[in-house]
Ligand binder design. Structure first.
Ligand SMILES: Nc1ccn([C@@H]2O[C@H](COP(=O)(O)OP(=O)(O)OP(=O)(O)O)[C@@H](O)[C@H]2O)c(=O)n1
Ligand SMILES: C[C@](O)(CO)[C@H](O)COP(=O)(O)O
Length: 234
């Protein structure tokens, strides 16, 4: 294994519609530097010597996935996307368990919409959490002053940002613990927007690993414009 890093499975939720992007296709299939955003997000894992395999969750009616070269990569399997991101991730975990992956296996969940993950960040996450009893996630400390809004869109409070972080991905947890936390929190109808919130709901405290702030999630058109400008300078 590279630098004594742990082996891991990668799960890439890629079944969203990209409503906030308002493009002619789901944002993970938009082009960046000669390939799709999804393919960039996959590359960081497929190139890693410690990856055991990759599961991509795609929408049942996704017409784009089969046309990608990586759809035929033997290291990649696909699972059914779900109504919410958490459902898409859970389906991928079910597939891993059905194929005999162990509860103790590490799973890294990374948004298909985050094509700019640095290998250095991925390796730092793996190294820092290799022996952690809970797991954790890449995150960035809040840099701007944070405001809470009232119902009229006016400032109701300024939030102490000293302990506030933005959650990014990958998020790294043991397969068994994540599977149970996601399944239980979905049954309890808890609002889950990332893997960490399911683990937190289950009573654990994931570790925050500071990562690069340019590991952005492509959410709105300006995000892709920004990445394309950076890519052009590479
Ligand atoms: N039911 C869903 C919803 C989202 N995702 C994935 O989760 C990641 C982060 O979600 P987000 O940025 O919200 O993507 P979308 O849901 O597509 O965006 P929007 O909310 O603007 O529709 C994306 O890679 C998206 O493809 C998923 O696999 N299944
Ligand atoms: C998982 C995530 O990227 C961490 O910030 C974020 O929660 C995804 O949220 P979205 O609304 O599904 O984009």
């Amino acid at each position: 294994m590279s630098q004594n890093l742990p082996a891991f499975w990668a799960v890439i939720p890629a079944a969203g519609v990209g409503a906030r992007m308002a493009a002619d296709r789901p944002k993970q299939y938009l082009q960046l530097g000669g390939q799709t955003i999804l393919e960039h997000s996959l590359d960081c894992f497929l190139d890693h010597p410690c990856v055991k395999g990759v599961v991509v969750s795609v929408a049942a009616d996704d017409p784009y996935w089969p046309g990608l070269r990586c759809a035929h990569d033997p290291r990649i399997q696909h699972a059914a996307g779900g109504q919410e991101r958490a459902d898409s991730v859970l389906n991928a975990l079910l597939l891993l368990h059905a194929q005999g992956a162990a509860d103790s296996d590490w799973v890294l969940v990374h948004d298909a919409a985050r094509p700019n993950l640095a290998r250095s960040d991925l390796d730092r996450l793996l190294a820092e959490l290799a022996d952690d009893p809970v797991g954790g996630l890449l995150a960035v400390p809040a840099r701007d002053t944070l405001k809470r809004a009232d119902a009229k869109g006016r400032v109701s409070a300024t939030i102490d940002r000293s302990t506030v972080w933005q959650a990014y991905t990958p998020q790294m947890f043991r397969l068994g613990a994540l599977h149970r936390a996601l399944a239980d929190s979905l049954v309890a109808d808890v609002a889950i927007t990332d893997e960490s919130s399911a683990i937190e709901w289950a009573g654990q405290a994931p570790r925050l690993i500071e990562g690069r702030s340019d590991n952005i999630k492509v959410t709105r058109p300006e995000d892709l414009e920004w990445l394309r400008q950076r890519w052009a300078k590479r």
